[in-house]
Ligand binder design. Structure first.
Ligand code: ADP
Ligand code: MG
Length: 287
């Protein structure tokens, strides 16, 4: 049976001064221990949903709950939740507050009033884990975007959250930076953290996710396995996000080859290469 760490139940939210709600009855459970993607085009409400997930925004109707208990919109409760639920904003400038890298990582721990020795040890671990050791004493404004993103993630992970939310973490990163971020997230996930990434990038969603939730105009249109979504061409067309590159390549293959590959498209380029390597004869089909 699936356990949901966080649940949204019929959540509505309208920004002050706006006429129409951005969240229009969102009901959604985030499955524990999965690599999850919240997929939807720009402006569909992903960031607004995330701001509800850590209590920065409060639903005007409906509830948000953590492990079966509804959020209480009081400072003490919400402070407690920030230890459990880590949110990495799309723009690291909204997240980074201290003047140097090491200070920034230690910020949340200082608020928790941990002993100095423990704080130093935890910050040290993060500097190594996120490749920031040589920048420990650098002013934050000297960092590149990729480094700032790593720092924002380090500052959240040092709190050891149970659920990690990342808002468009791959935006403006180049291919290598994106790959290295995804491997880092794999590692975080392998260590027991449930991860939910918001993105409009179909290729990244299909390569990385174990579970996908599709949002459009403030509503949830789909939750489930990536391959189930891939089979739902009508929905993918509605989203106007195109097809994943790997699916387009797959469609161009002769039917006989698709069959010999089990009728299922590879999820990533790596899986594609692996199939070609282990089944080279498959390419000698006549069609
Ligand atoms: N602070 C705000 N005040 C008013 N409207 C906002 C605010 N933030 C976002 N919106 C609007 O809410 C809608 C959803 O935005 P957002 O949650 O940022 O979507 P996404 O993250 O999917 O791009 C958009 O139409 C956006 O213009
Ligand atoms: Mg957004």
């Amino acid at each position: 049976m699936t356990t949901y760490v966080m649940e949204f139940s019929d959540v509505y939210y309208t920004y002050p001064g706006s006429r129409s709600p951005v969240l229009q009855g969102v009901s959604l459970g985030i499955p524990e221990g999965k690599k999850c993607v919240l997929l939807g085009r720009n402006g569909c409400g992903k960031s607004t949903l995330f701001l509800h997930a850590n209590g920065i925004l409060q639903p005007q109707k409906g509830t948000v709950s953590w492990r079966g208990s509804a959020f209480v919109y009081r400072r003490s409760f919400l402070q407690e939740m920030t230890k459990t639920i880590g949110l990495v904003f799309q723009d690291p400038e909204h997240q980074l507050i201290a003047s140097t890298v090491a200070e920034d990582i230690s910020y949340g721990l200082l608020n928790r009033k941990l002993p100095a020795e423990q704080i130093r040890a935890k910050v040290d671990l993060m500097l190594d884990a996120f490749g920031l050791r040589e920048h420990a004493d650098s002013p934050i404004h000297h960092l590149s975007l990729g480094q700032k993103r790593r720092l924002a993630l380090a500052g959240v992970m040092v709190m050891e959250p149970e659920l990690l939310l990342l808002d468009e973490p791959t935006a403006y990163l180049d291919r290598d930076q994106t790959k290295s971020l995804l491997r880092r997230l794999d590692h975080i996930h392998a260590n027991g953290t449930t991860v939910l990434m918001a993105t409009h990038d179909l290729d990244i969603a299909f390569e990385w996710a174990e579970w996908i939730c599709v949002m459009d105009t403030g509503r949830i249109l789909f939750t489930g396995l990536p391959e189930t979504l891939l089979a739902n061409r009508e929905l993918l067309q509605t989203l106007e996000l195109g097809l994943p590159l790997i699916a387009e390549l797959w469609e161009s293959l002769p039917d006989s080859l698709k069959e010999s590959w089990g009728g299922r498209a590879p999820r990533s380029l790596a899986e594609w290469k692996e199939r070609v390597r282990t089944d080279p004869a498959a390419f000698h089909v006549s069609n």
